[in-house]
Design a binder for this molecule. Structure first.
Ligand code: ZN
Length: 162
């Protein structure tokens, strides 16, 4: 009489254990998702070329359309080209090369012609200060340092050709 009862007790305990683990895993997973997506998606597709974008990776960039809809870019040059096509876009940002942090694109300096390639080949390397930009230009054989407003359509034409 004892054995079946013990067995049922054991199975019940296992079931509870599995349930508890499942609930715990579900909670942990949901918690992680909430944290990551509370403000911003962790990735998506480039609004210009369609390539996958992972936020936090080098060259990842973004902006808001006039209606506030957020768009992402896999490369800095994709962001600049798209901004050229969307004059009413707001708050462009890009990933600063040294810190890998997302920064307002207008505040950064861009190293042109270096040997640091983006996901789309030749790209602009965004750096926080002109001094740091000069260091990267020197050590990575860059040709120019450009401020945000100096990245013209002819600069982009050259980058997309390379
Ligand atoms: Zn792109």
């Amino acid at each position: 009489m004892n054995a079946p009862g013990s067995r049922r007790g054991f199975l019940a305990a296992v079931s509870r254990g599995v349930l508890a683990v499942t609930v715990f895993a579900g909670a942990a997973c949901a918690g992680g998702d909430d944290e990551a997506s509370a403000q911003r998606p962790t990735g998506g597709r480039c609004a210009l070329c369609g390539m996958r974008v992972t936020r936090g990776s080098a060259f990842a960039s973004g902006a808001n359309e006039a209606d506030g809809h957020e768009v992402l870019f896999d490369s800095v040059k994709c962001m600049f080209r798209w901004l050229g096509q969307h004059g009413d876009a707001r708050d462009p940002w890009t990933t600063e090369h040294l810190s890998r942090s997302e920064r307002p694109a207008r505040e950064l300096f861009y190293v042109m012609g270096s040997d640091i390639d983006g996901p789309m080949g030749a790209d602009l390397v965004p750096v926080d200060t002109r001094e740091h930009a000069e260091q990267i230009r020197t050590s990575h054989h860059g040709t120019q340092i450009l401020a945000f407003a100096e990245v013209t359509s002819s600069v982009l034409d050259e980058l997309f050709r390379m």
